[in-house]
Design a protein around this ligand. Structure first.
Ligand code: TRP
Length: 330
């Protein structure tokens, strides 16, 4: 049987967090044997906010290094840069003409981002989901691993694909969301009811993948818990402790019951130390590999050029088919 295709991407905005790693990258690494995977650096998507050009270049290279350091094998996966595959922007324009303003108006992320960047509500921000649809549909992806915040974008991708298919015949595969393991949604350490975000202003709220061991220990020590002083899983009334349990559970491959048992009768001090050490231990080899790679830009270039080539081959076939179907001449 042919392997199913997976496509996903992360925006090149720098500073990935433990949340990005445990919620995304870590799962991707587990999927690389079973699926035919395309992992993209979504550099075009970052243009919806103002970037310093030099910083964007740096973030892009760092993200590629991080993909590989986290365990994505460039031989097994297609690791590529979105802007290096022109078919993304080409298909995006076409799909824009098959997407309604009303649909885009319903996107909660647009409303959210528009309110946060009230001085720069550009049309790219509005049509962001259409570019994302192009990303996914170009590769006939069967599955798209996305977090809760991207669900609506996957829904609109399916709607656009179905609309196009119903006019021009079977062209795009209708993708499904790939739901990761439970607990994969990592929350902030200071504000455990909101997702751990790389853009959070409080550095204590997030663990960056490039944090030193001491920083990591300090941040877990200061993590918000509650006054019960009992390691018990309850997302509703104990969001802080439950989040720490989630982190520990993914890294140690333990269920919440097992963790409750392990720390029975112990206070939060021991527990927090254990979580911090688990994270330090997991991130150390990744950081080592990352630091080596980041000093070798030629190697990084070799990795993405190889991926770009494979991605272009695949995407060009599809854009040709689309152009032909809609009536653009050869
Ligand atoms: N919008 C996604 C995010 O911010 C990144 C992204 C761009 C993406 N294109 C994609 C994710 C295609 C999955 C598939 O997280």
């Amino acid at each position: 049987m042919e392997k199913k295709t997976i496509l996903s991407g992360v925006q090149a905005t720098g500073n990935l967090t433990l949340g990005n790693y445990l919620g995304a990258l870590n799962n991707w690494v587990e999927m690389q044997e079973e699926y035919n995977c395309y992992y993209m650096i979504a550099d075009l998507h970052t243009l919806t906010i103002r970037n310093d050009p030099e910083t964007l270049r740096k973030n892009t290279l760092e993200l590629i290094a991080l993909y590989v350091a986290a365990g994505l094998d460039p031989e097994k996966n297609t690791i590529f840069v979105q802007s290096h595959v022109p078919a993304h922007t080409q298909l995006s324009w076409v799909l824009n003409c098959y997407t309604y303003m009303g649909e885009l108006n319903r996107m909660t992320q647009f409303k959210d981002k528009a309110s946060k960047h009230a001085d720069n509500i550009n049309s790219g921000l509005f049509t962001y989901p259409v570019l994302m649809a192009a990303d996914i549909l170009l590769y006939n992806a069967d599955l798209v691993p996305v977090g809760e915040d991207q669900r609506q974008h996957l829904e609109i991708t399916r709607d656009i694909a179905e609309r196009f298919n119903s006019i021009y015949g079977e062209t795009f595969k209708i993708p499904d969301a790939y739901i990761g393991k439970i607990g994969a949604r990592i929350m902030g350490l200071q504000n455990p009811t909101a997702k751990m975000s790389k853009s959070a202003p409080d550095p204590m709220d997030k663990i960056l993948l490039t944090d030193t061991a001491d920083d990591i220990r300090k941040k877990f020590k200061k993590a918000v818990t509650d006054s019960e002083n009992c390691v018990r899983y309850d997302r509703e009334s104990k969001p802080g402790v439950s989040n720490l349990m989630g982190i520990y559970g993914i890294i140690k491959n333990k269920t919440m019951e097992e963790i409750e048992e392990e720390f029975k009768g112990q206070g939060y001090g021991n527990f927090k130390t254990a979580v911090a050490e688990a994270v330090v231990e997991r991130l150390e080899p990744i950081q080592e590999k990352y630091n080596k790679l980041i000093e070798n830009p030629d190697k990084i270039k070799e990795i993405y050029e190889k991926g770009d080539k494979k991605a272009n081959e695949k995407a060009n076939n599809l854009i040709k088919e689309v152009y032909e179907k809609i009536g653009l001449i050869k």
